[in-house]
Design a protein around this ligand. Structure first.
Ligand code: ATP
Length: 244
């Protein structure tokens, strides 16, 4: 479990996160929904260790990582896919993937890469192609694949659906679900409430740096505030029997 308690982050005098607490369990998808500027990326950055905390603590499977540097968190199996993907554009797919494993044990490199290729077969087909020549959806797959090369127990995904067509988002989210079903705890930061709530177990709503609501994702899909803010007032059909 990732247990974040009372996280506060400021940029100068601007308070971007204030007293935010949340948990991410292994095997679950935990969605954080929020509008532009709500503080979602700051939350991801705080958990990844790339912005300093003003207050709060972060525990990873019971160990205090509040002051652990970012690279140490990756070695402790907390991997991040930043907004905008952060790929090395002129490097090949294969080289981008290889860089994802640089802080981890290299023994099972080949089997980890095969696992990424089986999840995203298009990466295998394009392994020698430069990252910048791929479509937006493929680049997002590569960014997730690179994070998986660190063999994470927890994966932080910052708005992976941004700029992708609904069909590609559905494909990507199916892969995210498969990653969680293999036991990885996924924190999915999103504005796409419609599709993200369908695949998630839990959800948090962030507004102006504060958590304003939380609960099982299935319940939040019918929350009037979520429907008004994120779903354009659209009512969702009840989930299919046996579905999420
Ligand atoms: P988006 O969906 O647009 O990415 P977000 O929910 O991820 O938004 P953040 O990027 O975390 O929001 O930003 C939260 C607030 O902090 C915003 O008001 C933003 O302008 C501010 N902010 C973010 N990064 C910085 C920075 N480096 N310096 C100053 N202010 C910042």
């Amino acid at each position: 479990m990732i247990e974040a308690k009372g996280l506060s982050v400021s940029y100068g005098r601007h308070i971007a996160l204030e007293d935010v607490s949340l948990n991410v369990a292994r095997g679950d998808i935990t969605v954080v929904l929020g509008a532009n500027g709500a503080g979602k990326s700051t939350l991801v950055a705080a958990l990844a260790g790339v912005v300093p905390l003003r207050a709060g603590t972060i525990h990873l499977d019971g160990s205090d990582i509040t002051f652990a540097p970012a690279h140490r968190r990756v070695a402790l199996r907390l991997a991040t896919v930043p907004q905008g993907r952060g790929l090395f554009p002129d490097m090949s797919v294969a080289d981008n993937l290889a860089l994802g494993s640089f802080v981890t044990d290299q023994d099972d490199f080949a089997s980890r890469r095969e696992a990424v290729f089986s999840l995203f077969p298009r990466l295998a087909e394009r392994r020698n192609q430069a990252a910048e020549t791929m479509s937006g959806g493929e680049q997002q797959m590569l960014a997730i694949g690179r994070a998986l090369m660190a063999s994470p127990a927890y994966l932080l995904l910052d708005e992976p659906s941004l700029g992708l067509s609904p069909m590609l988002v559905a494909e990507l989210f199916r892969a995210v679900r498969a990653i969680a079903d293999r036991g990885v705890g996924v924190l999915l930061v999103e504005q796409n409430a419609l599709q993200s709530l369908k695949i998630a177990e839990r959800a948090y709503l962030v507004e102006n740096g504060h958590i304003v609501d939380q609960g099982p994702a299935a319940g939040l899909r019918y929350d009037p505030g979520v429907i008004d803010t994120y779903l354009g007032g659209r009512k969702l059909l009840p989930p299919a029997r046996g579905g999420k």
